[in-house]
Design a binder for this molecule. Structure first.
Ligand code: FES
Length: 117
């Protein structure tokens, strides 16, 4: 078993697909999601890393706080918006993971936590 496949018992990725074949080997990347450490695969989208660990909610709606998660998975809706490294409204389906990334479930419209906010 390669190191990327030994990411953890909670890994829900499809490791072998009958048409696409085996999941390519990639380097593990350490990220933090809502303050909890999580191991992702270099090059994958944030949303893919979250789904692989059973995390379905990316944000909540501004008024009713209903949860939202991956919907279109191609950057057309706004259901996967998250706060990443202090920047709100980052599309988790399009944004690749980076070593040390700090990712938070976004509440409503989010708020800037960086130097400009
Ligand atoms: S899931 Fe629709 S933009 Fe990301």
């Amino acid at each position: 078993m390669d190191e990327a496949r030994s990411i953890g018992a909670g890994d829900l990725r499809v490791l072998h697909h009958p048409v696409l074949g085996d999941l390519p080997v990639s380097r593990p990347v350490q990220i933090t999601v809502d303050g909890q450490p999580l191991v992702a695969r270099e090059g994958e989208a944030i949303a893919a890393a979250l789904l692989a660990h059973g995390i379905l909610v990316c944000r909540t709606m501004p008024r009713g706080r209903e949860p939202r998660g991956l919907f279109c998975a191609l950057g057309r809706c706004t259901d996967c918006l998250m706060t990443v490294d202090g920047e709100p409204n980052v599309r988790a389906c399009l944004t690749p993971v980076r070593e040390g990334q700090d990712i938070w479930t976004q509440a409503g419209l989010g708020r800037w936590e960086g130097p400009a906010g």
